[in-house]
Write a protein of this length. Structure first.
Length: 164
């Protein structure tokens, strides 16, 4: 587990791109550009917020990533962040998500965050909800039919955890 480096961003983009096209884990429906990922990494670093990657032990490939971004861009929310965690297809169920989320929570607290929010698509998301619950998150609400992707309406589960 370590902070993201510029050379990691193409692998991060590939992981996210798979989910954008093939799942409802994100409400985005296309991959992000390399420039977009680079800008995100720069923005998070400037805000002092964590962007972490997990590497495979055997070949150093990126098998997952997690970052915390601003929950909302209004000043009163500055101590509240939203997590984003994606594990490479074929690497799920191996504990990578728990390692990333545990380290992300610690890094968020060190960055001065007080609350971490998770917005989880409520469609085949039992593993994401269970992961967050196992790391101390509690369900805080549900937004019904707020996204439309792959021909269906999708709700979201809101989860929250105090860190500071």
């Amino acid at each position: 587990m370590r902070r993201v480096a510029p050379a990691d961003l193409p692998q991060v983009a590939d992981i996210f791109g798979w989910y954008a096209v093939n799942s409802v884990a994100t409400f985005e429906d296309a991959a992000r550009s390399d420039a977009s990922w680079s800008q995100l990494a720069t923005d998070l670093a400037e805000l002092g917020l964590p962007f972490l990657v997990a590497e495979a032990e055997d070949d150093g490939a990126i098998v997952g990533y997690a970052y915390a971004g601003p929950w909302r861009r209004k000043p009163a929310y500055r101590a509240t962040v939203e997590d984003s965690i994606f594990i490479a297809p074929g690497q799920t169920g191996r504990g990578v998500g728990r390692l990333l989320l545990t380290e992300l929570i610690t890094a968020c607290a060190a960055a001065g965050a007080r609350q971490v929010i998770a917005v989880i698509a409520d469609s085949e998301a039992e593993a994401s909800v269970a992961l967050h619950e196992s790391c101390g998150f509690a369900q805080a609400g549900r937004l019904v039919d707020v996204g439309y992707k792959h021909g269906k309406w999708i709700s979201t589960v809101l989860m929250q955890r105090a860190v500071g």
